[in-house]
Design a protein around this ligand. Structure first.
Ligand code: GLA
Length: 375
């Protein structure tokens, strides 16, 4: 089980006689609403959660950056001086060397370090395991302590080294998370504020345990389609579009743009509903988001649709939708507190019968952002 104390003891076992490591933690996230809006400079409402990546580090004197992933049971090492010339290889190590490479670009050269990575954010589960790793590692290797700079650095590594044209949501919320609140972020101005949810609502994720291969290329295609829609409308980004203008578009590009424009509106509607403790309204808006992602944006899949519909049939469920990039990963459910266990039973039983797998269910606690942990 990942945790600060466990990381210290595993580190000592892995790198004997290296003393006590420093420990850094960065959380995963669940996005409540505002999906595929971040790279369109729109609004998002993610929440940092109580699943996190832990990175333990201690300097060494031999000049190697030596990294071991507890989750993958795999280790890898680079000469620290070779990092600035590193090139991506297409596997998980890109996410590690990419951070060191990005730091080097900014003049922070990774000296020799022994590093242990452990995480309880499920890999490929749609809860931002990659951003949690990037942010924790960036802190551990001497990156900026200021949350916005930290988030920007981790996002640059993901875009420029790993090659994913992502928005800033995941890294931002991992760096800025607040205990007990979601984060309303304007991805154009980068203004943000904490949004507390009504106490009667639990946020429950259900991991479909699938990650379809199509996901990465489809993400890239969506980014391009949105840029194309904005270009045809003569706008800098779809953030500036309104529904009436969209009649100038047609076909796929129209549907993509319609999702983005209506999703931005839904973020504002959801925040207003939350402020009035309008639980039914919050749930309805979340479910509308799923329909839009499924029909207009086409980033859902049969497993996610099944989890959403099963949840909506369960008592006490206010709303449900896919969360994150899509094509697998998790759903997020807004549930009345007293209905969490019946939802869990409905999802586990139903999904196992239909898909032969047990979905991982997590009742999320909103957690603080990345920091050093003192054990
Ligand atoms: C992934 C990306 C984010 C965001 C979401 C979709 O998680 O990393 O930047 O685009 O997909 O909302």
């Amino acid at each position: 089980m990942a945790g600060a104390a466990e990381s210290v003891s595993r580190f000592r076992a892995l790198y004997p006689s290296r003393g006590t490591p420093r420990i850094w933690r960065a959380p995963g996230r669940v996005n409540l609403i505002g999906e595929h809006t971040d790279y369109n400079l729109g609004l998002v409402l993610p929440m940092a959660i109580d699943l996190a990546c832990f990175v333990a580090t201690a300097p060494n004197s031999d000049g190697w950056l030596r990294v071991y992933s507890e989750q993958l049971a795999e280790g890898v090492q680079w000469r620290a001086e070779d990092i600035p010339a590193a090139v991506p290889t297409g596997d998980w190590t890109d996410r590690v060397v990419g951070i060191a490479w990005e730091l080097a670009r900014r003049g922070v050269n990774a000296a020799g370090q022994n590093v242990l990575i452990d995480s309880n954010v499920p890999l490929g589960g749609g809860l931002s395991s990659s951003a949690a790793l990037g942010v924790a590692l960036a802190l551990a290797l001497g990156g900026p302590r200021e949350p916005l700079e930290l988030a920007k650095l981790a996002r640059s590594a993901e875009m420029d080294f790993v090659g994913v044209p992502c928005g800033i949501m995941d890294q931002f919320v991992s760096a800025h998370g607040q205990e007990g609140a979601a984060i309303l972020l304007d991805c154009r101005s980068l203004d943000w504020r904490a949004v507390e949810l009504p106490e009667e609502v639990a946020i429950v994720t259900a991991n479909s345990m699938v990650k379809h291969e199509l996901g990465d290329s489809a993400y890239r295609t969506r980014v391009e389609e949105c840029a194309e829609a904005a270009r045809r409308l003569g706008l800098p980004s779809l953030r500036d579009a309104n529904l009436c203008e969209l009649h100038a578009l047609e076909g796929v590009v129209l549907r993509r743009a319609r999702h983005v424009v209506t999703e931005n509106a839904r973020v504002e509607q959801f925040v207003a509903a939350a402020a009035q403790a309008d639980l039914d309204g919050m749930g309805r808006i979340v479910t509308e988001s799923h329909r839009s992602l499924r029909d207009d944006y086409e980033v859902s899949c049969a497993e996610l649709d099944f989890l959403v519909e099963t949840a909506l049939d369960a008592p006490g469920v206010l709303g449900a939708r896919m969360t994150g990039g899509g094509f697998g990963g998790s759903t997020v459910n807004l549930v009345r507190l007293d209905a969490v266990e019946s939802l869990r039973a409905a999802l586990v039983g139903g999904y196992q019968r239909a898909w032969g797998r047990i979905p991982e269910i997590h009742v999320c606690a909103a957690s603080s952002g990345a920091s050093e942990i003192f054990v």
